[in-house]
Each structure stands twice: as structure tokens, then as C-alpha cells.
Design a protein around this ligand. Structure first.
Ligand code: ATP
Length: 287
């Protein structure tokens, strides 16, 4: 569990995070959502100690990162796996060397033991026969899997992912989301994911924190989000007009009010005016 307690952070005169409090739960995929610039990355960087907070505290399973000495911070860092935006693989290293890198940095294991672990994690992310390929030779989705393999190679207690789906098509995104979710469950990891991908929210959002202009505006589960009446949250969720229309259309179709073959295009064109019918005409918007 990671506790964020009354955290504020600014740069110069500008305050980016204001008094944010939240709990990232163990064994769950905790999502931080919000529009671009709302402070998600800054909050994650505060959580992993890349930025110092101005006020407040970050507590990892009872231990305050904010008050830790450097030695203790180093120990904690070894328990943190990170999946960066764009995977951040070393282009000049093979897949195998990329994944082995943290083991070379932080363990004294024999080469054989390291390779056993590398092959285990590559297996886990469903990457076989790629050990000797270079990042330029594999797809975006495969690069993300290599990034995940590298992030979990040291068996972290905490996993941080910044926009894990950036640059991926919706289907590959779903595969990556599910993989992160499964790995979180299998290893009881406290996983924190920054995203503005609503598909991810619906797929794997167990505990969701919504940031708006650096403040915690809402928190809840994916079930809560569907029925939330929170205005700013709804603006964010239904930012896409298409999504709003699609949702309304499906509801109306389910109720038998519209028929997707006949009158949907007309309704989209007139913004719903053709749905306004006399009492006696209910259920037949063509009239
Ligand atoms: N090192 C920095 N120095 C000064 N300002 C910064 C720094 N890092 C971030 N900011 C500012 O903090 C604000 C929040 O940025 P942040 O990257 O956290 O947003 P975000 O919600 O992660 O956005 P995105 O979804 O686009 O990644 C922005 O206005 C940004 O310019």
C-alpha cells in the first residue's frame, strides 16, 4: 500500500499538485486519470522519489519515503519497477540485455541465474524467440512487453506505469492492460498506472484517482465511475462526442426507441430532434 498524504508540489511560483491525498492499494491496479497537464506524471514522480514534495508525505507500507535516508531510499528503489512512456528501451541492446540490465545493476547473481530469470519473465510476457532481437526489429506492443519484463525482473513490490498504452492500437492496448493486471494479481503488487485511456479504466480500473488541475477531484472504482454524476469527471469521461453519442444511441436502441438500421443517421444529423414525439407516437420516432 502506498499512502499519499496531503501532497503539494510546485515549480517556481506555479503550484502543480495541491494537497493531494489518496491510497494506492496492494494487489490492485490503481489508476491515476485526468486530462493532459493535470499533474499525473508529477504525482508519480513524487511517489517514486524523482521529485521531492513541497508539503505532505509519501508512505510505502508504513515507511515514509519523504523522511528516508539515501541508503533506505536505494533499498526501496530496488522494490520499484517502472514502465516508462514509450517503453524507454536501450536501442543498442538486445531484448535480452535490456531485460537483464536491472539484474546487472542490482544483483551479484551468476550469469546462468540471471539468464534463467530473464527467460522466465520474457516467457511470462509471452515473448519467445526475441532474446537476440533489437528494439527496432520488434513491434510497439512487443516493446511494451519487453518494458514490462524489465520492470518486473527484480520482483518488485510496487509497479509504476506511465501511459502504458501510448502509441498502441485498442486491441494491443487491451492485451497490455490485461497483462499488467494479471501480473499485479499473481505477485500481489501495488500497481500505479497513469492513463487517459477510458478503455483501460473500464478494463482494469480497480481503484481510480481523478486529478483535475492538480487536485484530487474524485476517487472510486470503475463501477462507481459509470454511474457517477460528478460533473468534471463526466466531462473527462465523455470528452469524445462520439463516445457520448454512442452511449446514448445504445441506450435508446436497448429501449427499442430507435432502430440502428433506419433512423440513427437521421438522429445524429438533427441532434435528437426527431426523437421528440407526441405522447401517442412513443416508440415510433419515424412519425
Ligand atoms: N520539471 C518540471 N518543471 C516545471 N514544470 C513542470 C515539470 N514537470 C511538469 N511540469 C508541469 O506540471 C504540469 C503537469 O504536468 P504532468 O506531466 O504531470 O501532466 P500529466 O497529467 O502527466 O499530463 P500528460 O497526460 O500529458 O502526460 C504541466 O503544466 C507541466 O508543464
Amino acid at each position: 500500500m502506498i499512502e499519499i498524504k496531503n501532497v503539494s508540489k510546485g515549480f517556481g511560483e506555479k503550484e502543480i499538485l495541491t494537497n493531494v491525498s489518496a491510497v494506492m492499494e496492494t494487489g490492485k491496479t490503481n489508476l491515476i486519470i485526468g486530462t493532459s497537464g493535470s499533474g499525473k506524471t508529477v504525482l508519480q514522480k513524487c511517489m517514486v522519489g524523482l521529485f521531492e514534495v513541497d508539503k505532505g508525505e509519501i508512505i510505502f507500507d508504513g515507511k515514509s519515503l519523504t523522511n528516508m535516508q539515501e541508503e533506505e531510499r536505494k533499498e526501496l528503489r530496488q522494490q520499484i519497477g517502472m514502465l516508462f512512456q514509450g517503453s524507454a528501451l536501450f536501442d543498442s541492446m538486445t531484448v535480452q540485455r535490456n531485460v537483464k540490465f536491472p539484474l546487472d545493476m542490482f544483483t551479484n547473481w551468476s550469469h546462468a541465474k540471471k539468464m534463467e530469470r530473464v527467460n522466465d519473465v520474457l516467457d511470462r510476457v509471452n515473448l519467445k524467440d526475441t532474446n537476440n532481437k533489437f528494439p527496432a526489429e520488434i513491434s510497439g506492443g512487443m516493446k511494451k512487453r519487453v518494458g514490462i519484463a524489465r520492470a518486473i525482473v527484480l520482483k518488485p513490490k510496487y509497479l509504476f506505469c506511465d501511459e502504458p498504452n501510448s502509441g498502441l492500437d485498442p486491441q494491443t492496448s487491451m492485451v497490455i492492460d490485461k497483462l499488467i493486471h494479471e501480473i499485479t494479481k499473481e505477485n500481489n503488487i501495488t500497481t500505479v498506472i497513469n492513463t487517459h485511456d477510458m478503455n483501460s479504466v473500464m478494463e482494469i480500473g480497480e481503484n481510480i484517482l481523478y486529478l483535475y488541475e492538480g487536485k484530487k477531484e474524485w476517487e472510486g472504482t470503475k463501477k462507481d465511475i459509470i454511474f457517477s454524476k460528478h460533473e468534471k469527471l463526466n466531462e473527462f469521461i465523455f470528452a469524445s462526442e462520439f463516445l457520448r453519442d454512442a452511449k446514448d444511441m445504445r441506450m435508446l436502441e436497448a429501449k427499442g426507441i430507435i432502430d440502428n438500421d433506419r433512423n440513427m443517421e437521421q438522429i445524429l444529423r438533427d441532434g435528437g430532434a426527431s426523437l421528440v414525439v407526441d405522447e401517442g407516437d412513443k416508440g415510433n420516432p419515424d412519425k
